[in-house]
Design a protein. Structure first.
Length: 228
């Protein structure tokens, strides 16, 4: 399968630059409130989605432990994104899943809800971002309702194949159809941020650096021409 040309560019940007780009384009900005529960390493890739629901799964030949199918179909350019918004204190991800995901080279996992076995994931050097931690098992409390369907992450919808990225500042979701323009705008914002940082290092007063240029830094050339 051909290498996705956008993955490396996405991984070269931090969440603040990406969130600013989404703001500039009128799209949903970063999802906040997620924390790195172990390894504080940024992750990025295509979304493999899992939706969890309250209660026990119906017994059937097709019943599987939550998130196992997602792990078995994901790879190095993928991030597993899990919706655990039931309000039940039960883990939407755990240590055996982290171990299996690491063996497959999966980029990481994002859970809108609690996770467990955070020390194990940390020892494995496998990045997991979540709302928090719990020791409570999913057994008898929650189950996998759907795989590879649109889910919610904060106030944002994540569809299978969307681009997602997370670091300690937050998480962004970029629709696959918008990735090229979001990356282009984020790279331009990064370049301007680096210019401002260099000015501070040269001794330019921060009040000057953070003056008018900061307020207009999300605009592109066409925006500035219209404003002028």
């Amino acid at each position: 399968m051909p290498r996705d040309p956008y993955i490396d560019r996405l991984r070269a940007l931090d969440i603040c630059d990406l969130s600013d780009a989404l703001d500039a384009l009128g799209l949903a900005p970063a999802v906040t409130g997620l924390v790195a529960t172990g390894v504080a390493r940024s992750i990025a890739g295509r979304a493999v989605t899992v939706q969890l629901s309250a209660g026990c799964a119906l017994a059937s030949a097709e019943h599987r432990h939550l998130c196992t199918a997602a792990v078995e179909q994901a790879g190095p350019d993928d991030v597993i994104v899990v919706e655990q918004r039931t309000g039940i204190d039960a883990a939407g991800w755990g240590g055996i899943l982290s171990r299996a995901a690491r063996r497959r080279g999966i980029a990481g996992t994002i859970v809108d809800g609690p996770v467990r076995d955070v020390d194990e994931a940390n020892r494995l050097d496998y990045p997991v971002f979540a709302r928090g931690a719990t020791a409570r098992t999913a057994r008898g409390r929650i189950h996998e309702a759907a795989l590879q369907v649109p889910i919610r992450l904060g106030d944002t919808t994540v569809s299978p194949g969307d681009y997602v990225a997370a670091d300690r500042s937050g998480c962004v979701v970029v629709q696959a159809a918008r990735i090229a323009e979001v990356l282009m705008r984020a790279e331009a914002i990064l370049a301007r941020s680096e210019e401002m940082a260099a000015a501070v290092e040269r001794g330019v007063p921060v009040s000057k650096v953070m003056g008018g240029d900061y307020e207009s830094m999300l605009e592109d050339g066409e925006d500035k021409r219209r404003r002028g």
